[in-house]
Design a protein around this ligand. Structure first.
Ligand code: HEM
Length: 154
């Protein structure tokens, strides 16, 4: 289980680190021209697909494996601690948001990152960016709640 715990912590690092990197890139490109911002959208999609989502999946899969192993070893009571229950619930919910909304939205944004003949971004871009900002913020806060409860509350 030592290596599964390692995967749990590594996945969490990828996930939260990737989310912070994406947030910083999004803040930086907010000051760029619209054409330059459109060119950066595929980069944000890659960060979602190659760093954030694999981190979220690794965290949840390893978390479920650690839970099953501890229950099988008769440690069910330890799994009922509030810190652990909140970590599991917040982590699973955040991962669902990342994988089923965050990644597809980032991919759609990358595909739609083109300008119309009138020099405007594709009409769906602003709605997709709003959705991405809301979902990423909720998932990020849930991941930080999971970390806080895992370490501080336990
Ligand atoms: C963003 C989501 C998550 C974060 C940040 C997180 C973080 C952590 C941290 C820091 C630890 C302590 C590791 C150690 O001391 O070895 C831990 C342990 C653990 N995590 Fe998570 N986790 C998350 C999601 C999950 C999920 C979704 C599950 C299960 C479905 C889970 C199950 C566990 C279990 C069973 C332990 C061991 C608890 C113990 O030893 O008493 N985690 N997690």
């Amino acid at each position: 289980m030592l290596y599964v715990r390692l995967v749990h912590l590594f996945g969490m690092s990828l996930w939260i680190g990737g989310a912070v990197a994406t947030f910083v890139v999004a803040r930086v490109i907010a000051g760029w021209s619209i054409e330059e911002r459109m060119r950066a959208l595929p980069l944000l999609a890659k960060l979602h697909a190659l760093v954030i989502a694999p981190g979220a999946i690794a965290t949840v899969v390893s978390g479920v494996l650690i839970t099953m192993s501890m229950v099988n070893r008769g440690m069910s009571e330890a799994m009922a601690r509030p810190g652990i229950v909140v970590m599991q619930a917040a982590g699973i919910l955040a991962a669902i948001l990342v994988v089923f909304v965050g990644v597809p939205t980032a991919n759609r944004l990358a595909v739609r990152a083109t300008m119309t003949r009138g020099g405007e971004p594709h009409p769906v871009v602003s709605a997709l960016r709003r959705r991405q900002a809301i979902v990423s913020s909720i998932a990020g806060v849930l991941a930080l709640i999971a970390l806080f409860f895992a370490v501080v509350v336990r």
